[in-house]
Design a binder for this molecule. Structure first.
Ligand code: ADP
Length: 395
């Protein structure tokens, strides 16, 4: 099945056209600077990337740009839109309503609108993308695949906060968790690699945004991001867990509003804020190697926090069979994986330095006989969305 995967961000739109039978990507691209000047970065098969200036005042024009390029005589990969069998949309938040991908009907579209206030920066643009596809690629089945859905299996003890219960009753304030598509994709793959009945897996999705998920027998039972993606690990620019009382203290000291404080927590904190160097781990490692103390401590804090969460989730599941690293940092940062695993010998992790040092795709980085198997498994959210879309359509 030929699935067009659409991922609308606040000023960008990523797309891929994937054949789910062969897992081949025939075309992919990124429309960026939507609403500013607009540019399309496009790649057909595995040809060189092309950068094409294109005006895109809104996401609706960006969808039009995607259609034009996919059907273009020279650069395109299809001769008509009929060759697109289905469209899979990444949707940031599905609230408590959506615990799995949903076939988009008018009713579902309206229900998605009700989730907007839970993700005000992301969900509304996701809906614009859905609407534009409905208009420009009519009569093609569409599926919404949610970042939150996989975590809807968490028990109350994991998703409720220590707040007055009426906040949950009235406003649905609870842990939702994110990166669900990736956590599911990677933990499903780890389950295949393990020959264990009811496996207990901890997935560390470490990228610009980072989260950890405890997966017991295929179901998310806890995860580190919360009501928003701000909770949990120290990330590129997000603070992760902090004592909430710090916020009112800073607000008073620096005469700041709540929204200014939120801006600091989301965009100016994390390893970027700690180091004053960068949010990118390549820059941090380079600076640390040159003796930058703050870059070194930022990396130390990052690894330490990951290790603490792993310990917490091993306790939550009363054991762990496998720990998996994925996403930009998890797949590439050799030293970070080594640092994190150095805290985990008590769990029975026997780390394989040599396997960790090799670059490449999926691999085990624990030694034969290690009680807990440690894997690097590349995530592929677009392929996961395409597969989930195809599964819903074929039901
Ligand atoms: P996003 O959350 O934007 O999808 P990614 O999963 O692509 O992020 O991760 C991006 C991050 O991965 C970069 O900011 C960088 O910190 C890290 N990264 C990528 N390659 C390397 C590398 N070779 N070594 C260390 N860190 C890396």
């Amino acid at each position: 099945m030929n699935v067009l995967v659409i991922n609308c961000g606040s000023s960008s739109l990523k797309f891929q056209l994937i054949d789910t039978e062969t897992e081949q990507v025939s075309a992919k691209g990124l429309c960026e600077r939507i609403g500013i000047d607009g540019q399309l970065i496009y790649q057909k098969n595995s040809n060189e990337k092309e950068v094409i200036a294109q005006e895109m005042p809104t996401h609706a024009e960006a969808i039009q740009v995607v259609i034009n390029i996919l059907t273009d005589k020279d650069l395109g990969v299809i001769s008509s839109l009929d060759e697109i069998d289905a469209i899979g949309h990444r949707v940031a938040h599905g609230g408590e309503k959506f615990s799995k991908p949903a076939f988009i009907t008018e009713e579902v579209f309206n229900e998605l609108g009700a989730c907007n206030e839970l993700a005000p920066l992301h969900n509304p643009v996701n809906l614009i993308g859905i609407k534009a596809c409905d208009e420009f690629i009519p009569n093609t089945p569409m599926v919404a695949v949610f970042d939150t859905a996989f975590h809807q299996s968490m028990p109350e003890r994991a998703y409720l906060y220590g707040l007055p219960s009426r906040y949950y009753d009235q406003y649905k304030i609870r842990r939702y968790g994110f990166h669900g598509t990736s956590h599911k994709f990677v933990s499903d793959r780890a389950s295949e690699l393990l020959s264990v009945h009811n496996p207990k897996i901890i997935v560390c999705h470490l990228g610009n945004g980072s989260s950890i998920c405890a997966v017991n027998n295929g179901k998310s039972v806890d995860t580190s991001m919360g009501f928003t993606p701000l909770e949990g690990l120290v990330m590129g620019t997000r603070s992760g867990d902090v004592d909430p009382a710090i916020l009112s203290y800073i607000a008073e000291k620096e005469n700041m509003s709540i929204s200014e404080i939120m801006e600091v927590l989301n965009k100016k904190s994390g390893v970027a804020g700690i180091s004053d160097v960068s949010s990118d781990f390549r820059d941090l490692e380079e600076a640390a190697n040159l003796g930058n103390r703050k870059a070194k401590i930022a990396l130390d804090i990052f690894s330490y926090r990951v290790a603490k969460y792993i310990g917490g989730y091993a306790a939550a599941m009363n054991g762990v069979d496998s720990i998996v690293f994925t996403a930009g940092i998890g797949e590439n940062a050799i030293t970070i994986r080594k640092e994190i695993c150095s805290y985990l010998t008590y769990l029975g992790v026997v780390f394989d330095q040599e396997a960790n040092n090799t670059r490449g795709s999926e691999r085990e980085i624990s030694k034969k006989g290690s009680k807990v198997k440690v894997f690097v498994i590349p995530t592929n959210e677009e392929l996961a969305i395409a597969n989930e879309t195809a599964a819903v359509i074929q039901l």
